[in-house]
Design a protein around this ligand. Sequence first.
Ligand code: PSU
Ligand code: MN
Length: 337
Amino acid sequence: MYGLARRVPGRAPSVRFASRLSLSLSRGAPIDIHPEVEDALATGQPVVALETALTTHGLPPPINLEVTKDLESVVRSTGSIPATIGIVAGRVKIGLEKSDLERLANVHRNPRSVKISRRDIAPAIASKADGGTTICATLIFAALANIKVFATGGLGGVHRGAENSMDVSADLHELTRCPVGLVSAGVKSILDIGRTLEYLETLGVPVVSYSNTKDFPAFFSPRSGFQTPWNTNDPAVAARMLHAQWQLGLENGALFAVPIPEEYAEKGEIIQQAVNQAVLESEQNGMSKRGKDVTPWLLSRVAELTNRGSIDSNIALLKHTARIGGQIAVQHRKLFF
Ligand code: PSU
Ligand code: MN
């Protein structure tokens, strides 16, 4: 049986959310929870969700597999348990076996693995597809399993030119319905940061710079020029923000925007120029109208233009957010003892 229905006295924070997973399982939903994750959730250990769209569509092989594994190790080093989420052969995996991870990462042998957002979940399951879950879909499964913290690279958002293309990532809206603290290096570098922040404000999603200033980061650079209403760089304070929100029954998530380490700042400006060029090219060659294919195309074009320099920065910021995500999860659990 799945241990989430078990309750360790004084530990499990929310029977209601735990029971959502039990309910799905009782309906026969195709979900596999890794035993380690199941045990961690049942015994009240901190857990951090990790996504796999970055494995299938964000980073090139073979580094994608290596990085996904490294992120799990970084989470572990903080005392939290990683739960990497993805879809394998039409089954939702919460915590991936090594073989599943290798299968998802092997994009050459598995070229049809899908980039999974909310709209893709049910069709992918019914087609027994493999897929990397975006922030949107990972939030959904993290919330279902009562995982409270999720660490990744860059949130999707309002694309440049969205006033015409209407390309606004489903990641944003998902943060209004999943009670999960998302730790990222802000939003993807290719986006319109100002409009994305406006949209998050409209949606009522807390945005907190994880820093000693209110500067909102720009993914490859520590500062975007935009300010957020809140900031902290203390994992215990971040955990209390999440706790207060959920004590009140607010069922939304929150965004903790972590700047890339300062030593990458200078390089960040050069990468940002490549980003601007790639965005321009995508408008000229029609890629910008290709929906979910836009992000992977832009990221690989930026890697090409920077001689893969963007990939090194991307990896550095991913490890950084994984560490902070782990720390916040540890502090969040402490609030229940
Ligand atoms: N940021 C990156 N690399 C990525 C992504 C974001 O630096 O691969 C992925 C995330 O999984 C995010 C998704 O959820 O892109 C957003 O895609 P779209 O804009 O199509 O919603
Ligand atoms: Mn989109």
